[in-house]
Design a protein around this ligand. Structure first.
Ligand SMILES: [Ca+2]
Ligand SMILES: [Ca+2]
Length: 277
């Protein structure tokens, strides 16, 4: 009996540790209304774009990866010409999201693949974070997006900027096609200089190295986090978005591989634990 209790206590401790670094978890299951709620207490909720501003609302959809999701129809490709975004309240405290070490994780199902043959032009942005520099200019901190690899075929691209204004770009070798669910992730560990950047597509991790450190010299506010478009509200997403998660560490243990055994599930919510360096 004592052994059993000890086992349960250890499991509980592991569970608490595993969630310590999670700062965002949105399942988009509300299915109505302007707000979608973060299941991690103490961190920001998100609201649809038109709540306060000229941006448009992503539409509620019952066809999520799990339950409901939000459907973004942007200005490019098969879009409707209007940028749909999700964002916090403008006065939200996003300091926890402005970290040099982070992991972002989402499920996407694109309506189409970006049309431009030039890889970096008019991509579909999934998640972005930005702020203003000393001259009050908009600058990016990091973002995750799908660009075009070849006509009708996308690729996952993660980006972060260092304080010298240089962007550091990383792409995954897996093809992304329209009309399928994918679990995609991006992590940067600025405390290391080797094997410290990872991209995931459906649980397949590709590790890169970067000796640069993500910037922390910008002024941020509640508008700094944007889902479905860049920080400057361009390059918007065309497709459905579900199960978005943020971690302020790559030491985090994102979702267990519980979906990996589901036959035919393209999006199986897997980000493996990185080995501690
Ligand atoms: Ca959902
Ligand atoms: Ca729209």
């Amino acid at each position: 009996m004592l052994k059993k209790m000890l086992f349960i206590v250890v499991l509980l401790m592991l569970a608490i540790y595993a969630n310590a670094a999670k700062i965002g978890d949105w399942s988009f299951d509300e299915g109505e209304g302007q707000w979608t709620y973060n299941s991690v207490p103490g961190y920001t909720d998100l609201r649809r774009g038109s709540s306060d501003g000229t941006w448009q609302d992503p539409q509620w959809s019952t066809e999520g990866y799990s339950g409901n999701c939000l459907h973004f129809i942007g200005e490019q490709g098969s879009g409707d010409g209007d940028t749909d975004i999700l964002r916090p309240n403008s006065t939200a405290d996003l300091s926890a999201f402005y970290t040099q070490t982070f992991t972002v994780d989402a499920c996407i199902n694109l309506d189409s693949i970006p049309l431009n043959t030039f890889d970096w032009y008019n991509p579909y942005t999934i998640i972005s974070f930005g702020g203003k520099d000393a001259l009050n200019n908009n600058k990016d901190v990091y973002f995750l997006r799908v660009t075009q690899r070849s006509e009708g075929v996308g690729m996952l691209n993660g980006y972060f900027y260092s304080e010298d204004g240089v962007g550091h770009s990383f792409s995954h070798s897996a093809d992304i096609l329209a009309g399928q669910w994918y679990n995609v992730g991006f992590s940067v560990d600025s405390s290391s200089t080797t094997d410290n950047v990872s991209l995931w597509v459906n649980g397949i991790e590709e590790t890169k190295s970067s000796s640069s450190v993500a910037r922390t010299d910008l002024t941020i506010n509640g508008e700094s986090l944007v889902l479905g478009a860049m920080y400057a509200r361009s390059r918007s997403l065309n497709g459905r978005l579900d199960e978005v998660k943020f971690y302020d560490s790559v030491e985090a243990v994102p979702e267990p591989a519980t979906f990996a055994l589901m036959a035919g599930a393209a999006c199986f919510g897997v980000l493996r634990r990185k080995d501690k360096k």
